[in-house]
Design a protein around this ligand. Sequence first.
Ligand code: B4P
Length: 191
Amino acid sequence: MLNIILCGAPGSGKGTQSAFLAEKYGLQHLSTGDALRGEVKSGSELGKKIEAQIAAGNLVPDDMMYGVIEHYIEQLPKDSKGMIFDGYPRTVAQAESLTELLKKYHMEAIMIDLMVDEHLLTDRLLERGKISGRADDNLETIRHRIAVYHDQTEPVAGYYLHQGNYFVINGNRSVEEVSIQLEKVIDLATR
Ligand code: B4P
């Protein structure tokens, strides 16, 4: 089973590359961003709380995220080839809980970090904002999301580096070039 955690700053290409990897390796794709936006769309009470956090560019509290992930893993088809965690974990506490959860199901994962220069992140998200209609794709919120990333998500790399399953990729290049680099890393990691 191939389980991949795709990490990176907002706009680093997690969603873009996860779609490619899911297709290429036949993996289930869990985008926590999409899952949360789905909850918002449902109009539930929980969705209203989530909406405020996303619009402000903050992370949704860890305790809300655990249930989403556990439910997802429980529902995996028995013949699944593996999963891509797109945008999860985003805090060290989420990483620790994911390790425990995977252990419970006798699974492991590799973590791939997409590194992208800050000015490119901003340009990409502003460009996406022209069509996405997302409340968080505007300059002020993008800046805040990047600051939250440095503060809360960057330390996640150290967690996986310490565990010995950490890989890093230059995400500044074109979508196609980043995909090629990802394939190479996955081949190496699973040899
Ligand atoms: P997400 O939905 O995960 O989105 P993201 O970080 O904004 O973008 P991503 O990195 O996937 O970028 P994409 O491929 O789309 O998160 C949104 C919010 O949800 C968070 O701020 C948070 O509030 C909440 N959330 C999600 N997970 C959470 C968690 N675990 N805990 C707590 N809260 C959580 O790429 C962006 C743009 O760049 C696209 O337009 C794309 O076409 C373009 N692009 C991609 N790669 C490119 C390349 N190589 N070259 C040029 N353009 C590229």
